[in-house]
Design a protein around this ligand. Structure first.
Ligand code: UD1
Ligand code: CA
Length: 472
């Protein structure tokens, strides 16, 4: 739509009320994830770039509250279809919502790869053609299962009707042009004829597709526009089809990163979600997952089996094998893992190390700080150059509240230390191994909090003699 047109002249309806019978699942189809997002959220994202969310009406029905909750944050509006009696009935339920708009686009909640450009092209074509209805079509490799397009004459933009797979007459199976389930309507024409749909067909449902034949018979102009790429309008009716769409989207994302200078070994094993950003010269090893809004700088390496969700990593970061990282920041030159877990709010400074079996949560590590082995740092600040010994634990939780541990710069924390928060260890202090620190430690001090060692010389021999005497 060109900028000069009034936005409210166009509404978008997204049909998402169906059960997804072919999935054999209790989960509604439109909430299955592909590319890390529910199907319906993908369609909403494409629609939101054509009209603003208050002009998008999502038809919900099966598990309506779950679907609503999953996408409510997008700002779209909802229409309820309490009984799911077909796609035509879904649009009938949206009658009141769309009546005030000049044109309406109808999208399917289970056709998730459709691009904004294609929806826009459909809308533009529809207006240029001054049509009552415009159908987005395609010629996929295998048309089986889709409704087929009956053109008025070969090469004509006009169509006579759409015939569902199960209603195809002999010979019509040969037709390769299919209905994408995405349409544009002049609202007045749609609403004038919507009640003429009948449920007298094999499924006993009101087919939205029948409206094409009804409008054509009424002398209205019904046209079709073909999508350039059949792949983007593939529907997802079974789990296998959905996973195929997910793989397709992932392969495209991975290829885009490789084209932009990122090295990805065995790319078919890596999951990279669409919003991820990676700078050139970074290397991703096999079986890595990069999810959400993850950003990775240049010259970094992510080794196998690591899963990173919505983290920001700088340049020259090395993430070793099998790390799990979420909502965290890792600065330039830091080293993470293997087997490290960065929970939300971890902020790892430049050149810092978080080593094997180390867990962090809301923990800020300064430049060059190191926690190399078997440690938990929760609600903690660790200053520049501080070394956290193996087995150190911040006791941040008293059973009711979380408390902060503050460790200054250049501190040496001996192995197997427990720091009972709230507590502060000031710059340059030393803590003896196996200490349970319950009082703050001033700058430059040594704190040791463990029982003194007791050594009994010759104790073992005495014990043995004692035992032998008793058994006589
Ligand atoms: C539909 C089309 C078919 C087209 C195909 C493209 C009809 C009758 N057929 O078939 O021509 O080739 O899409 O993918 O429309 N829905 C509701 N309420 C309902 C029923 C369905 O909201 O009562 C929603 C579903 O959640 C889904 C969408 O409408 O998101 C399409 O329904 P589905 O049953 O998958 O239609 P198809 O059989 O794929
Ligand atoms: Ca479908």
């Amino acid at each position: 739509m060109s900028a000069s047109k009034n936005l409210s002249s166009l509404a978008i309806v997204i049909m998402a009320a169906g059960k997804g019978t072919r999935l054999h699942s209790k989960r509604p189809k439109v909430l299955y994830h592909i590319g890390g997002k529910p199907l319906v959220a993908q369609v909403i994202a494409a629609a939101s770039r054509v009209v603003s969310p208050e002009n998008i009406f999502v038809v919900i029905g099966h598990q309506a509250e779950h679907v609503r909750a999953a996408v409510a944050a997008s700002g779209v509006r909802f229409v309820e279809q309490t009984e799911q009696r077909g796609t035509g009935h879904a649009v009938q339920c949206a009658r009141g919502a769309i009546a005030g708009y000049e044109n309406v686009l109808v999208l399917s909640g289970d056709v998730p790869l459709v691009r904004t450009e294609t929806v826009q092209r459909l809308s533009d074509f529809h207006e240029d053609q001054k049509a009552a209805m415009t159908v987005l079509t395609a010629e996929p490799a295998d048309p089986f299962g889709y409704g087929r397009i009956i053109r008025k004459a070969p090469g004509s933009a006009e169509i006579e009707q759409i015939v569902e797979q199960k209603s195809l007459a002999p010979g019509q199976e040969e037709i390769g042009e299919i209905n994408s389930g995405i349409y544009a309507f002049r609202t007045a024409a749609l609403l004038a004829h919507l009640d003429q749909l009948s449920a007298e067909n094999v499924h006993g449902e009101y087919y939205l597709t029948d409206i094409a034949g009804i409008l054509h018979a009424a002398g209205e102009r019904v046209v079709a526009v073909k999508a350039e790429d059949a792949e983007e309008i593939l529907g997802a009716n079974t789990i296998a089809e959905m996973m195929a769409l997910d793989a397709k989207q992932n392969a495209a994302t991975v290829a885009r990163h490789m084209a932009a200078g990122v090295t990805i070994y065995m790319p078919e094993t890596c999951v990279i979600e669409p919003e991820v950003e990676i700078a050139p010269d970074t290397v991703i090893e096999p079986f890595v997952q990069l999810r959400g809004r993850t950003k990775i700088g240049g010259d970094s390496i992510v080794r196998s089996f690591t899963v990173i969700e919505s983290c920001t990593l700088g340049d020259r970061v090395l993430v070793l094998q099998s790390c799990v990282m979420e909502d965290s920041i890792v600065a330039d030159g830091a080293r993470i893992g293997p087997f490290a877990r960065l929970r939300p709010g971890s902020d790892i400074g430049p050149e810092a190390h978080v080593g094997n079996f180390v867990e962090t949560k809301k923990a800020k590590l300064g430049r060059g700080a190191k926690a190399n082995h078997l440690t938990y740092l929760g609600d903690a600040e660790v200053g520049e150059g501080t070394n956290i010994g193996a087995g150190t634990i911040t006791c941040n939780y008293d059973g009711v509240h979380k408390h902060l541990t503050r460790i200054g710069k250049g501190v040496f924390v001996g192995s197997d230390t427990t720091l009972v928060a709230p507590i502060t260890v000031e710059d340059g202090a030393y803590i003896g191994a196996a200490s349970c620190i319950t009082k703050s430690v001033p700058a430059g001090a040594l704190a040791v909090a463990r029982t003194r060692q007791m050594t009994k010389e010759g104790w073992a021999a005495a014990k043995k003699a004692n035992r032998e005497k008793r058994s006589e």
